[in-house]
Design a protein around this ligand. Structure first.
Ligand code: GLC
Length: 562
């Protein structure tokens, strides 16, 4: 069933970590009441839906992605009543909340796993086959290792059970056995639990790995899609407005399968686009973006891409070629400590040398190119990262609210904070914080807010078709495209280079209004400043044929004809 008003097509999403957002009870950990107290800030930024990183009980070996109980709240974050209050307050502000579920695996501390591994456990018989056990570690050899920096095998021996268990991520995260109908049902029960608790959507973690089959790479298997369709069918019948947002980090031709015929996931992230935005920026050449969009299929009715610049994980380089990966590492992670697994553990601002022009240019592309954008908490003020922290925790430090003690994040003694606040001279909270940027009309925060506000006025950005344009004499330097939806068209120009570029805007309209500045731009010559961008709305549409004194000759690259 397709939603009648697919709200997620027009939504701006923000991903955040409850632990990092706001501590309400001075224990050094952010919590649900703290987050609730900051909903006005989130709303004012222009966000429509918040995706909460895992909030369920967990030993935090993988920062909450190792769940020990799918139907409760991590105690330091609060309890189910706090969650319900958050939902109520969010809904009063027209904000939606997306909860993360992790169907592929549990923590090794989960009682299901404890019962499964221990032959003497009173519930062993029930849970014996809930995980993927084997007498040998030689099965499924074609499956890659994902956490290459910490794991050498997808199998770990459990001495209590005397067998190996399968895990695609950390060895503290045993994979559930989806060949077991009870496991499938338990995950549907989890979905139901969070819908009943009020969640507006679920982010479905790491779906490609649910099933294993010999002779395959154990990713994207038909059985996996069958189960995900079953999950969707349940949602459609039980709560059709609930969003299923999937994290399938795959090539476009594989990820398209996660939409099914519009009967699987409503949304998927477009992982391969993300590194190519950074690649194009550093090269001053739009080719990487062109190449990946050429490989990106149209979506079935009711489906939507999720796009992002950064997230809580490393900037993943799984969906690029080995040469491109090396180039990205050499360009964006010269310090080997900035590299992790097949990616880069840095936040947005440090990645682009804290250059506000580049940060805004990336946002311009994020907000206008395709799909629904996801912001990562703190990037809107240009927060930095802490390379000394374990794993990807350096990207998950406390939100910097003001220049006061502990960045206004917590009243706990500093040594009790779950992680140190960033306090270096460039990105430290004394300088980079919400309060300071709210007071400054030229701050990154206010500029990002402005871009978001304009994006939200134009449905075409979330729903429109995409067409490349080449209005520049240095075609590759400018990421130029047209979005079109129900009689509306908007033309977007983004200059990837650190020098002004000259170009030409065809006389397809009498004039254009730059939505961002309100200025009138006439067709003809133009110069885009270094890293500049324009979002142009035509006024007085004319035939869509290049003409005028400076019109490129017939046959020029990227004609404006469709
Ligand atoms: C997803 C999460 C990541 C986690 C992994 C294993 O990729 O985004 O943070 O480590 O799943 O659960």
């Amino acid at each position: 069933m397709t939603q009648e008003t697919p709200w997620y097509k027009d939504a701006i999403f923000m991903e955040l970590n409850t632990r990092a957002y706001k501590d309400s009870d001075a224990d050094g950990w952010g919590d649900l009441p703290g987050l609730t107290s900051k909903l006005d800030y989130i709303k004012d930024l222009g966000v429509d839906a918040v995706w909460l990183l895992p909030i369920m009980p967990s030993p935090l070996r993988d920062d909450g992605y190792d769940v020990s109980d799918f139907c409760d709240i991590f105690p330091a974050y609060g309890n189910m009543d706090d969650f319900k209050t958050l939902m109520k307050e969010a809904h009063q502000r027209d904000l939606r909340i997306i909860v993360e579920i992790i169907p592929n695996h549990t923590s090794d501390q989960h009682r299901w796993f404890q019962a499964s591994r221990d032959p003497n456990h009173p519930e062993h018989d029930k849970y014996r086959d809930w995980y993927v056990w084997s007498d040998t570690d030689q099965k499924y050899k074609d499956a890659r290792i994902i956490f290459t920096d910490s794991e050498t095998s997808n199998w770990t021996f459990d001495p209590l059970r005397g067998q190996y268990f399968w895990h695609r991520f950390y060895s503290t995260q045993p994979d559930l056995n989806y060949d077991n109908e009870e496991v499938q049902q338990a995950m549907l029960d989890t979905v139901k639990f969070w819908i009943d608790a009020g969640a507006d959507g679920l982010r479905v973690d790491a779906p490609p790995y649910l099933f294993e089959r010999e002779g395959t790479n154990c990713e994207n298997l038909p059985e996996t899609h069958t189960f995900l369709k079953r999950m969707r069918k349940f949602v459609d019948e039980y709560s059709p407005e609930t969003l299923l947002l999937s994290e399938a980090n795959q090539w476009p031709e594989d990820v398209i399968e996660y939409f099914g015929d519009g009967d699987e996931m409503h949304m998927n992230f477009h992982f391969p686009l993300m590194p190519r935005l950074f690649m194009a920026l550093a090269k001053g050449d739009r080719t990487p973006i062109e190449e990946i969009l050429a490989r990106t299929p149209d979506l079935p009715e009711g489906c939507q891409w999720g796009t992002f610049l950064r997230c809580h994980d490393e900037l993943t380089l799984e969906m690029v070629t080995p040469e491109e990966r090396q180039w990205m590492w050499d360009t964006y992670a010269q310090d080997p400590k900035q590299r992790i697994n097949l990616g880069i553990r840095r936040r947005l601002a440090p990645l682009v040398d804290n250059d506000q022009r580049k940060i805004l240019l990336l946002h311009s592309m994020l907000l206008t190119m395709m799909g629904s954008p996801f912001l990562y908490y703190g990037d809107e003020i240009g927060m930095g990262d802490d390379i000394e922290l374990f794993d990807r925790n350096g990207l998950r430090t406390p939100m910097q609210w003001d220049a006061s003690f502990n960045a206004g994040f917590s009243d706990a003694p500093t040594e009790r904070l779950y992680a140190p606040v960033i306090s270096d001279p460039v990105y430290g909270y004394q300088k980079v914080n919400v309060a300071a940027q709210e007071a400054d009309p030229h701050s990154l925060l206010n500029k990002v807010r402005h871009l978001i506000a304009i994006r939200k006025q134009h449905t075409v950005f979330g729903r429109g078709d995409f067409y490349w344009r080449s209005f520049s004499f240095e075609t590759k330097a400018v990421v130029a495209y047209q979005r079109k939806w129900e009689g509306t068209r908007i033309v977007v120009l983004n200059n990837l280079r650190e020098v002004p570029v000259k170009g030409w805007i065809p006389e397809t309209a009498e004039k254009f209004i730059d939505l961002l500045s309100g200025e009138t731009i006439l067709p003809g010559d133009y110069t885009l400043p270094a890293y500049g961008f324009l979002w142009l709305q035509p006024v007085g549409e004319k035939a869509n044929i290049p003409s005028g004194p400076n019109a490129p000759q017939p046959g020029y690259l990227g004609s404006d004809k469709e």
